[in-house]
Design a protein around this ligand. Structure first.
Ligand code: ADP
Ligand code: MG
Length: 577
């Protein structure tokens, strides 16, 4: 039996974050899915016409709405989920304000058909801005179907803000995808203008990912966690760095089953993967946090898209570390498989796989087999043993062969940069206490005065210990002025240590959570072997050995490719041997 719906008292209403809930079709889709989830649906079907502008219909097999309560659903601040102020402190449902259906009915024609029993007969309610509410009976199994028509037809100013139906449909798709990934046990179907855009089986997360992104992605999944932070537990899953996207649509944070954004957490995720991916690319990544209900506040944003978390900083730090560690273990393969031979893309962009596209993908694969080389990827995996330098090309690239006979082209600058970066990060991790100056630090002959803005100075101040651990000895010296006495000792540092010291200090004073990465990257970049520098055979060999010893060799810290790999079979195919 569903809970009864009742109006909220004034003191609860006053505590609820108010604001615009319905901005576009995707917000309707989100609210209706929330409701279906809250009704414990196991299957949710979403249908769109014209990007949702003409029609949005969400049908579920949840517990339904009692006939007597149906009119209350479209009444503002009436809900079955929260009764008192105390309930607001530990909300377990996705919805809790009793506002969504009322707000939708204020800007669109709404039809709600629902049955809370197995009688086969549902009650139906129609409501809308210019429509007196009416009810009728209609045949239906247990569950609820909500149909929204003519969204914003009476609010032209709102409607004018919408984009084309294709764009709006795309936004709805993102919402459904997020829920399908967050709740893999629910069977989701999205149909847009008659075509199935997304369908999951309602099994586990791996299956949901397979259904949405394809089985290639599933083979490349890495999971991380569980990591316990206080009473919260964090787990996650990511696809290998071989799959990436130009936007953040595939980076998901789920807190107690609620897909949300949280600035600190999203930034932590990004800081974790940023050094491992090319500039501007984002992975497929799902991070889940389950925390005691009273430590999560979902009542801070009108559309419940953001939450406030207790112990946010500790959670963010754990998340960042977990993501980085998981993703750097990813095989470096696939990033540079034989696909490069065709002059194609370096890695595979993350593409949403919709069933309609499957066949086209398959034919492309068959016609151009050299674009994909699974064998090269597999053999790269068992690439143990030394890399033997063959030659240096234009004082820029090192040509090398692997023990299993692959040809490598390695960008000497980026390779060295990666090595230095990994060492710096390692050095920083080792010195857990952080207060000790790194022993190898190089004293400046003449200490350097660096003047910062007051804001920069405030940012830098608490980071000085960590900088010392890296070998950058920087001390406050009056108002916003710092005295740099020593810089990290790195081979390339000799020439312009003072310049490096000044710019590092500024890097460390940036307003961003990943300042340490910024410092390590810029330090590595500034001191790494340059392109145009000729290397002896021994120097090449040493560089390759160092590169082998750092875990990640697939990209430089800026995220650009540093290594191209050609397998024998790939070469054979390219030359048609
Ligand atoms: P809220 O979800 O915050 O309670 P809504 O306006 O979204 O507010 O919904 C109002 C009420 O209507 C809900 O509390 C719930 O009782 C009922 N309801 C809405 N959609 C469904 C559904 N799909 N299945 C069962 N009950 C529903
Ligand atoms: Mg709701």
């Amino acid at each position: 039996m569903p809970e009864r719906i009742a109006p909220l008292g004034r003191e609860v209403i006053e505590r609820i974050a108010a604001g615009e809930v319905i901005e576009r079709p995707a917000s309707v889709v989100r609210e209706l899915i929330d409701n279906a989830m809250d009704a414990h649906a196991t299957a949710i079907r979403i249908e769109l016409q014209d990007g949702g502008l003409r029609l949005i219909r969400v049908a579920d097999d949840g517990e339904g709405i009692l006939a007597d309560d149906l009119p209350l659903t479209v009444m503002p601040h009436a809900t079955s989920k929260v009764r008192s102020l105390a309930d607001l402190e530990h909300v377990a449902t996705l919805g809790f304000r009793g506002e969504a259906l009322a707000s939708i009915a204020a800007v669109a024609e709404v039809e709600i058909a629902s049955a809370a029993d197995e009688s086969g007969i549902a009650q139906m309610l129609r409501a809308g801005p210019e429509m007196p509410a009416m009810t009728a009976e209609t045949p239906r199994n247990r569950g609820t179907t909500i149909t929204v028509r003519a969204l914003f037809a009476t609010v032209p100013a709102r409607r004018a803000l919408l984009r084309s139906s294709r764009v709006e449909a795309g936004r709805c798709l993102v919402v459904v995808r997020v829920y399908a990934l967050a709740h893999p046990a629910v069977h989701f179907t999205l149909v847009s203008d008659g075509a199935v855009m997304l369908q999951t089986t309602g099994a586990d997360r791996t299956e949901a990912i397979a259904a949405i992104y394809g089985s290639d992605v599933v083979r490349a999944l890495l999971s991380f966690g569980p990591v316990q932070v206080g009473e919260a537990v964090m787990t996650g899953i990511a696809a290998s760095r071989a799959f990436h996207s130009a936007n953040r649509d595939h980076v998901l944070l789920v807190v107690n089953g609620r897909p949300v954004t949280n600035r600190a957490m999203m930034a932590a995720l990004e800081t974790g993967y940023r050094p491992l991916l090319r500039k501007g690319r984002h992975p497929l990544l799902i991070a889940e946090i389950s925390a005691p209900l009273n430590q999560v506040d979902a009542n801070i944003h009108p559309s419940k898209a953001e939450v406030l978390l207790q112990h946010e900083q500790a959670l963010a730090a754990a998340l960042r570390e977990a993501v980085h560690t998981a993703m750097e273990q990813a095989p470096l393969t696939a990033l540079a498989s034989a696909s490069d031979l065709a002059g194609g893309r370096f890695a595979r962009p993350l593409q949403l796989r919709v069933p309609a596209r499957r066949s086209r993908r398959a034919t492309r694969l068959a016609e151009q087999p050299h674009l994909y080389d699974i064998h090269a990827e597999e053999s790269a995996l068992d690439d143990a043993g030394l890399w033997e330098p063959l030659a240096q090309f234009d004082d820029t690239l090192i040509l090398a062969r692997t023990a299993n006979g692959q040809l490598l082209l390695i960008d000497q600058h980026r390779a060295h940069e990666r090595i230095l970066y990994e060492r710096l990060r390692h050095r920083h991790k080792e010195s857990a206490s952080g207060a000790e100056i790194d022993q190898s630090a190089q004293l400046l002959l003449q200490p350097l005065l660096v003047e910062l803005s007051p804001l920069q100075a405030r940012q830098l101040e608490p980071r000085l210990d960590e900088l010392r651990a890296l070998g950058l000895d920087c001390q406050p010296f009056g108002d916003s002025v710092f005295l740099v006495r020593a810089v990290p000792h790195l081979p390339g540092m000799a020439h312009d240590a003072a310049a490096v010291a000044a710019s590092l200090t500024e890097d460390a004073a940036t307003d961003s959570d990943d300042w340490l990465d910024v410092v390590c990257i810029s330090l590595a970049c500034r001191t790494a072997i340059r392109r145009g520098q000729s290397l002896t055979h021994e120097e090449q060999r040493a560089l390759l050995a160092d590169l082998r010893s750092v875990m990640v060799v697939a990209s430089c810290p800026h995220g650009s490719p540093l290594l191209l790999r050609y397998s024998r079979s790939g070469l054979a195919r390219a030359f048609e041997w």
